[in-house]
Structure formats: structure tokens, C-alpha cells
Design a protein around this ligand. Structure first.
Ligand code: FES
Length: 144
């Protein structure tokens, strides 16, 4: 059986929304201390909706596929919905990841959260700190 699903391979080979937004409203950068991978997300927000999103991932194939899928899942969605995106949903949308690669999808969830928090901070928007646990999503833990 193949280790990676076709969807993972597709999003790894043809990642969606790669790049950077020069006029981003929020930027989130997270890393995993154990593997050294780094993910950066840029979001553009209008009327509470994520109108555009781009990412740069310096990391493994699963991290690239996870970032790509995560951006697809929240593009055009209200911020509240983006905040509900879990790494589990990203993994499901990718038709699974090997257990030792689950932490790569956690990075995608954290990067999006960090970008939203940055947007809130920059615009003086109040939020529930419980939505942003730990230090800006820089938690190096891996759900392995
Ligand atoms: Fe660390 Fe994939 S091995 S993000």
C-alpha cells in the first residue's frame, strides 16, 4: 500500500496558493523544533472573510501538502470558520497521513491560527485568548 494518498501527492507536487501576499492583513509563522520545518501563512481579510491566502513552507512533503490543503479549505471562508479548522480536518481532506507525519498537519493549523491572531492584533480586534493557546502557535509539540 502506498504510504501517501493520491491527494497528498497531488498537493505536494502541485501545491495551491504558494507564495506571499505583500499586502497581507495577517502573517503567521510557526515551526516545529523537532524536525526544523517552518511554515508561513499570509491572509487577506475583507468584511470578516479570508479573501486570499498564500503560504511558504520550508519543510517536508507532508507539510507542503497540509499547507496547500489547509489554504484551500479556508479560502473564501469567514474567519470564525477558519479558526475551527483542525489538523484532523486537514488530514481527512488529504485522505490521511502516516502517523509519524501528523505533526506536519498540526503546523498548518497553527500557522493559520497565528496569521488570524496577527490580523486581530494589528486591527485591535478583541478575541478570546482561549482560541490562541500557547505562545502564538509556536508550540513545537508533535502529535506523533
Ligand atoms: Fe516536520 Fe513534516 S517532518 S513538518
Amino acid at each position: 500500500m502506498a504510504l501517501y494518498s493520491e491527494k497528498v501527492m497531488d498537493h505536494f507536487r502541485n501545491p495551491r496558493n504558494v507564495g506571499k501576499l505583500d499586502d497581507a492583513d495577517g502573517i503567521g509563522e510557526v515551526g516545529n523544533a523537532r524536525c526544523g520545518d517552518i511554515m508561513k501563512m499570509y491572509i487577506k481579510v475583507k468584511d470578516g472573510v479570508i479573501t486570499d491566502i498564500k503560504f511558504n513552507t520550508f519543510g517536508c512533503g507532508s507539510a507542503i501538502a497540509s499547507s496547500s490543503m489547509a489554504t484551500e479549505l479556508i479560502k473564501g471562508k469567514p474567519i470564525e470558520q477558519a479558526l475551527e479548522l483542525t489538523n484532523k480536518a486537514v488530514v481527512e481532506a488529504l485522505d490521511g497521513l502516516p502517523a509519524h507525519k501528523l505533526h506536519c498537519s498540526v503546523l498548518a493549523e497553527q500557522a493559520i491560527r497565528a496569521a488570524i491572531k496577527d490580523y486581530y492584533d494589528k486591527n485591535g480586534i478583541e478575541y478570546d485568548p482561549a482560541d490562541f493557546p500557547e505562545d502564538d502557535g509556536h508550540d513545537p509539540h508533535g502529535e506523533e
